[in-house]
Design a binder for this molecule. Structure first.
Ligand code: COA
Length: 532
């Protein structure tokens, strides 16, 4: 297979500028991740430890295999909102007893581990990832239930958690709950719906109503243990399958349950040599543009991400604003689509369509490296059928059934986001580089469009156009869109599965591909490959 070369000049002004901007963005990301890892903060962490309990991340660390990585997802959920960044829950893919699982852990140090609307989004996304990739779910439960002041944005959709858990079980994906503390009211249905429930002695509290509510409802005097303790549930009600003497014991039992699931991946293992790229991933910080309006050659990225920097380019001389080709990542064969110059023309759209069909014909997963400003506009292109050609690409992306993994490297704007397998097109995973932006269009363009529309409206109404007010409004809109295009904001809304350091791309793709191969990897059959 052809091997990529590199033209990167590490002494050039552009490289040094990019490096500076990207490094600052990575530092800002790390700062946020530290805040996330601190949970509810020192006071609540100390109180939790003083109660003899482990933190959510400590539980996960003990649960996963020694030295196995944990790919955390949606770490920045709720960023920029009134809620704690991280949204009081930790989710991610980790290897337990040799099996890749989706781990979902409440963080009891943040408002008692209660669920706000962002917690719910993050939780549901984790369950969706488990479903499409066929990953067993291990729930680490300790939650006060609903964040009550936000119940109206929460209550109805929260039912989906239990619905999805049941649906997972019905398609042969095991679900396991380890209950460390509160799991009351609606929360009781987590152990209720999971295939296995492990309850920690003197800590698990699994009941529909606690003692005060029972007293109010029926006048009965009761206590936590008789209503929902581990001893009662494992001896009397039978809800608990396993009695754990403490947290570490519960984790041991959880690992043992996964060990005997006899869970086998349905996709093939890595089939290609998984040798390192020939070029240094460190250089990605100088390659990725510091300014999202300045494109860069994605082959420089591919050369630092794929096995042995091998890349067999498909149709390299046609539709050159999009690079397409075959490679492998950590031994998993992949097809890659990567924007080279931002805009997608008709040729690029047709080339992408053909390439996606080819990947489906041979069951090869696709990686979309986005840096796209949208489909080309203008009379020439409209008359040339750009809408029809974009529609072909979007159709192919929609109906492709091989796993898609999407990485926004710089910008993801307009319908380019859709064609390049944006979140609405159900890629298995979506990641965003630290300095990438996402919006319907760039902030300046959007503000400019609004200004033109305002001027036309004033003219047609016979009003005088207030130039000064327009300039102020334009500046405000531009600032707003700039803020909303920021990767932390996008991740805060869980429109992706995480913001990543560009240097981690190969590792993240490798883990995502491995997870995707837990399920069958099978392309769409039925049409053959249309020559466009
Ligand atoms: N909604 C919103 N905030 C809540 C909450 C809820 N359901 N439950 C707790 N909080 C807040 C508390 O007000 C407190 O805030 P503060 O520290 O700013 O004062 C913080 O979370 C921690 O609560 P605290 O009670 O000190 O923690 P704890 O670890 O001792 O107990 C709970 C945690 C969850 C067991 C306990 O708070 C509780 O029983 N909450 C009510 C649970 C409930 O009824 N949920 C509804 C189920 S549908």
């Amino acid at each position: 297979m052809p091997i990529l070369t590199s033209d990167v000049d590490t002494a050039s002004a552009a490289y040094l500028h990019n490096r500076e901007v990207q490094s600052a963005a990575v530092a800002a990301l790390n700062e946020q991740l530290e805040i996330v890892a601190a949970g509810g903060g020192e006071r609540y962490v100390k109180r939790h430890h003083d109660r003899g309990r482990l933190l959510a991340r400590e539980r996960i660390e003990l649960l996963v295999d020694r030295d196995a990585p944990f790919m955390e997802l949606s770490a920045l959920a709720a960023w920029g909102t009134e809620f704690n960044v991280g949204a009081a829950i930790v989710t991610g893919v980790g290897v337990i007893s040799g099996t890749e699982c989706m781990i979902i852990a409440h963080d009891p140090t943040v408002r008692g581990g209660t669920m706000n609307p962002y917690t719910l989004r993050k939780n549901l996304r984790a369950l969706d990832i488990a479903t499409v990739n066929r990953l067993p779910v291990v729930y680490l439960v300790e939650s006060g239930g609903a964040d009550l002041p936000t119940q109206s944005d929460l209550f109805v959709d929260a039912g989906r958690i239990f619905q999805k858990l049941t649906a997972l079980s019905s398609i042969g994906i095991p679900t396991i709950s380890l209950v460390f503390g509160n799991s009351t009211a609606g929360g009781a249905y987590v152990p209720g719906m999971c295939d296995y429930a492990v309850l920690v002695d003197k800590a698990a509290k699994v009941f529909l109503g606690g003692p005060p509510l029972v007293k109010m409802a029926t006048g009965e005097e009761s206590d936590d243990e008789s209503l929902g303790g581990a001893d009662m549930h494992t001896r009397v009600s039978g809800l608990g399958d396993y009695f754990a003497i403490d947290e570490v014991d519960a984790i041991r039992i959880g690992r043992d349950i996964v060990a005997h699931l006899n869970f086998r991946k349905l996709g093939p293992g890595p089939t290609q040599p998984a040798d390192d790229p020939l070029f240094d991933a460190e250089e990605l910080l100088g390659i990725a543009s510091g300014d999202s309006r300045v494109p860069f050659d994605p082959r420089e990225v591919i050369a630092r991400v794929v096995d042995g920097s091998r890349f067999s380019e498909y149709k390299p001389r046609w539709g050159t604003s999009l690079a397409t080709g075959w490679a492998s990542v950590h031994g998993f064969p992949v097809g890659i689509l990567a924007n080279t110059r931002g805009v997608l023309f008709s040729e690029e759209s047709k080339k992408a369509t053909e390439f996606i069909l080819l990947a489906n014909q041979t069951d090869i997963p696709l990686i979309f490296l986005q840096n796209v400003t949208g489909f080309m506009v203008g009379a020439e292109y409209e008359q040339g059928g750009i809408i029809k050609d974009g529609a072909k690409m979007i159709n192919a992306v929609t109906n492709s059934t091989v796993p898609h993994i999407t990485v926004n490297m710089g910008g993801s704007f307009g319908a380019g986001n859709y064609g390049m397998s944006g979140r609405a097109y159900d890629p298995r995973f979506v990641f965003t580089w630290v300095n990438a932006k996402l919006a319907v269009m760039g902030a300046a363009q959007l503000a400019g469009v609004m200004s033109i529309v305002g001027k036309a409206a004033a003219e047609s109404a016979g009003r005088e156009f207030d130039v000064e007010a327009d300039a102020k409004r334009t500046a405000e809109i531009e600032a707003q869109i700039e803020r909303e295009s920021h990767p932390f904001f996008i991740s805060g809304k869980t429109y992706d599965d995480g913001v990543i350091d560009p240097r981690d791309t190969r590792s993240v793709l490798g883990m995502a591909l491995s997870a995707a191969h837990s399920n069958v990897v099978s392309g769409r059959r039925g049409f053959g490959v249309f020559r466009m």
